[in-house]
Write a protein that binds this ligand. Structure first.
Ligand SMILES: O=P(O)(O)OC[C@H]1O[C@H](OP(=O)(O)OP(=O)(O)O)[C@H](O)[C@@H]1O
Ligand SMILES: Nc1nc2[nH]cnc2c(=O)[nH]1
Length: 181
């Protein structure tokens, strides 16, 4: 048993999706990918940090040959402008001709995946798709085709199962949503 509420920093969170529900959704998603990519060897690109737990559990369900690599969109201060721009780090693979599947823990506004897709445009992949554990359809601000979304959720801030609130909560085995004050 684990707690139905957790406190992280100054906020309280209540249980939202149990580990068993998350695992079931990942099994179903993996079954689709196993079927769709039969005869191919997809390369998963998992976006750190949040996706580490999802990536691990999804990989264990893959029954076809596949590879995984971890990338990160790191912020650095642009000296020319006030805004911060992101740099793609960790991409050491040759993506030419590969069937790439981006792995995200959550697609919220879609900014992250949109930026990542832009950065991957210079690579001549065979195919490129997005697989996300969580999708907040009401929050999307980009026209993105998220072919593989394990779970659609409302616009609540969630933590656990890899997702953090200011660094804490990634270790939680269930998913929690912020408690209304
Ligand atoms: O669709 P979006 O609005 O862009 O939000 C989704 C992104 O936000 C989180 O990453 P974050 O930048 O918090 O970094 P983290 O993975 O290290 O927690 C999450 O892991 C996604 O990458
Ligand atoms: N932890 C966490 N990170 C996010 N990034 C974008 N949306 C979310 C969310 O709901 N929770």
């Amino acid at each position: 048993m684990s707690a139905t509420t957790v406190e992280l920093h100054d906020k309280e969170f209540e249980i939202y999706l149990r580990e068993s529900q998350i695992k079931l959704a990942i099994e179903k998603l993996a079954a689709r990918i196993n079927q769709d990519y039969a005869g191919r060897t997809p390369l998963f690109l998992a976006v750190l940090n949040g996706s580490f737990m999802f990536a691990s559990d999804l990989m264990k369900e893959m029954r076809i040959p596949c590879e995984i690599s971890f990338v990160k969109l790191a912020s650095y201060q642009n000296t020319q402008s006030t805004g911060s721009v992101k740099e793609l780090v960790g991409l050491n693979e040759n993506l030419t001709g590969r069937d790439v599947i981006i792995l995200e823990d959550i697609v919220d506004t879609g900014h992250t995946v949109h930026q990542l897709l832009e950065k991957l445009q210079t690579h001549v992949t065979a195919t490129i798709e997005i697989a996300s554990l969580l999708l907040k359809p009401a929050c999307l601000q980009h026209e993105l085709q998220i072919k593989y979304a394990a779970l659609s959720i409302p616009n609540d801030f969630v933590v656990g199962y890899g997702l953090d609130y200011n660094g804490l909560g990634r270790n939680l085995r269930h998913l929690y949503k912020i408690k209304e004050a």
